[in-house]
Design a protein around this ligand. Structure first.
Ligand code: MRU
Length: 365
């Protein structure tokens, strides 16, 4: 049952740069949108040291798995110049220390570790050949920029593959924010929607508010509205009812870490959406780049789940909404078993059905 008009699709509005680098390797800074201020205020901050990047990741000023990885890669460049540019060895050891610190910012999104491993490998590989510390630092900035550029390309490819799965008039439910704000510029789950609209398919998005930090309300609704895509905001607990009313023909969400068998960690509440989708026979799609897969983990049971400050639940956005001292459980992510995922959309193609063999075939090389 489709309740959405199938008239001409709107044009997709312009991208925004979520995280990038300004200035030279020697004096520059990591520039990022402070997402904690959205949707009321749009402002960027410049991070000039590793600690500021660490804090920005921890406090969700920059968030979303690929964007965290990009911010960390640029943060590693800041770290590399930490002890000054006295020698190549000083640059390498400063980068190692910065990477070790940045790894402690958030545990679940594997893109953070993937990007830092890559920066560290680059530093170590070039240590013996770089003619001097300044050249090495320039190369490290090039590597961080490559991570950002590759993410752009991956998101566009995810969008192209995923758009094939949507039809004009579809109602699409998404959870949290897997849009441009969570990546370099185009998103993963939202890329699928942007691409479908660019292909002329008019769709309507339902955005889960996403308790407790409201990434769906503050970020996804803002991003879709800004790009001219029709969006209806709902509270998380309304999703099953909205499905029952026939308004949803597909669910598309992002991912923070995907195990070798396809089990997928994403924002808390995603598992509940998958259960509801299954009950209503609605396809449940995960959209993620290959950098979000962690093939060292056989299944989702060993994915580390971030536990966050209870005050995000008891004092969300500055107002006390629970009794003082109440016990709180606040996991930031949950794991959806692969058997509940209809397909995983990657930049290399679509994994369907989601099995360990299919994941290994596409991602394992
Ligand atoms: C393309 S981003 C995919 C995920 O990182 C996203 O869905 C998500 O769960 C983000 O959580 P957040 O806590 O806001 O970093």
């Amino acid at each position: 049952m489709t309740h959405h008009p199938t008239g001409p699709a709107p044009a997709v509005g312009p991208s925004i740069e979520t995280v990038g680098w300004v200035g030279s390797a020697r004096d520059g800074a990591v520039r990022l949108i402070d997402q904690t201020l959205l949707p009321v205020e749009f402002s960027r901050i410049d991070c000039r040291d590793v600690e500021t990047v660490w804090e920005a990741i921890k406090m969700l000023r920059v968030r979303g798995a690929p964007a965290i990885g990009i911010a960390a890669a640029y943060g590693a460049v800041l770290g590399a110049r930490g002890q000054g540019l006295g020698s190549v060895d000083a640059v390498v050891s400063s980068l190692r220390a910065a990477a070790a610190h940045l790894r402690t910012s958030r545990p679940t999104a594997v893109n953070l570790f993937w990007a830092l491993d890559r920066m560290q490998r680059t530093a170590e590989a070039e240590a013996t050949t770089a003619p001097g510390p300044e050249v090495l630092l320039d190369h490290l900035l090039d590597e961080a920029r490559a991570i950002e550029q590759e993410d752009r390309a991956m998101c566009r490819a995810i969008g192209r593959f995923g758009a094939e799965l949507l039809e004009p008039g579809h109602g699409i439910l998404t959870h949290c924010n897997a849009g441009g704000l969570a990546t370099s510029d185009y998103g993963t789950a939202l890329a699928v929607i942007f691409s479908a609209v660019e292909q002329g398919k008019a769709v309507h998005v339902y955005a889960d508010e996403t308790r407790p930090l409201l990434q769906g309300a503050r970020l996804t609704a803002w991003e879709l509205q800004r790009r001219g895509i029709p969006v209806t905001l709902i509270c998380d607990n309304m999703a099953p009812q909205v499905m029952k009313e026939g308004k949803i023909q597909a669910v598309v969400v992002g991912a923070d870490r995907i195990a070798a068998n396809g089990d997928t960690a994403n924002k808390i509440g995603t598992y509940g959406v998958a259960l509801a989708a299954k009950a209503h026979d609605i396809p449940f799609y995960v959209a993620a780049p290959s950098s979000t897969f962690d093939l060292s983990l056989p299944d989702g049971s060993s994915i580390p789940i971030e536990q966050r400050d209870p005050r995000e639940i008891t004092h969300g956005f500055g107002r006390q909404t629970a009794p003082e001292g109440v016990e709180v459980y606040n996991p930031a992510f949950d794991v959806t078993p692969s058997r509940m995922i209809t397909a995983i959309i990657t930049e290399r193609g679509v994994i369907r059905p989601v099995t360990a063999d299919a994941v290994a075939d596409l991602i394992g090389t």
